[in-house]
Design a protein around this ligand. Structure first.
Ligand SMILES: [Zn+2]
Length: 236
């Protein structure tokens, strides 16, 4: 797994800054999986995308992920350090459809997510996602109750087949002991990190260029150790 170089980091940040989060995730996926053809990334299962993003994150910024969630019962902010090694092992990448009640469902992909951006609420988005994933939507039951049952079963089967598609962690509130599930979105987490790294890097380029007259490519080509050493001298 390649580490993001300072040069690449700034270029990805620049390209992604004005894009929708789904497209930002695809940009990061292209960095994380350079061997996959770019035109296939949008159709890859979300679990495969998330596993690749996590590997990129580990390689670039380490395995410890600091995160937080507000307790839904008492409002207490729970902070926790998540270790990438504690997550369920990524299942082998598979694009095999999942069969439920005789219906075949594709694994949700970035393209499926993009089709939901105008959904009214999370409930109807979840329903639409499952319908979109069905290999033949016209074969789905017409009866509302039967459809609801099938879609619930499909949701459970997809989650079981690919827990990395929507990572969730069980956390207990230290204040009120309420147990809750915190969802962990590696794509937005990694983007936030990349954004703050990019801004810090730009500050560093600015300080070194102003002090020494070096160009941006010259400064980005320095190792982190050298950049830090020169910055310490500039700021002393
Ligand atoms: Zn609580």
């Amino acid at each position: 797994m390649a580490v993001i170089s300072p040069e690449r980091l700034l270029s990805v940040w620049e390209q992604g800054a004005r894009r929708h989060p789904i497209d930002r995730a695809l940009l990061l996926y292209a960095v994380a999986a350079p061997d996959l053809p770019v035109e296939q990334l949008a159709d890859a299962p979300l679990g495969a995308r998330n596993a690749a993003l996590m590997a990129l994150r580990r390689a670039s910024f380490g395995a410890q992920l600091a995160s937080w969630v507000d307790c839904p019962a008492c409002g207490e902010r729970m902070e926790f350090a998540l270790d990438a090694a504690d997550l369920p092992p990524a299942p082998p990448a598979s694009t095999e459809p999942i069969v439920v009640g005789g219906h075949r469902f594709h694994r949700p992909s970035s393209r499926h997510l993009a089709a939901l951006v105008n959904a009214d609420d999370p409930e109807s988005a979840a329903r639409q996602l499952l319908r979109d994933c069905a290999e033949s939507a016209e074969a789905l039951p017409q009866d509302d109750t039967a459809l609801a049952e099938l879609l619930d079963a499909a949701e459970a089967a997809i989650e079981a087949a690919d827990p990395w598609a929507d990572l969730a962690l069980a956390v207990a509130c230290p204040a009120c002991a309420h147990q809750t599930e915190a969802s962990f979105d590696i794509a937005s987490y990694l983007w936030e990190e990349l954004d703050s790294h990019a801004r810090r890097l730009l500050d560093e380029v600015h300080a070194l260029a102003a002090a020494y007259g070096w160009t941006e490519p010259e400064i980005l080509a320095l190792s982190e150790a050298r950049r830090t050493a020169y910055l310490a001298r500039v700021r002393a």
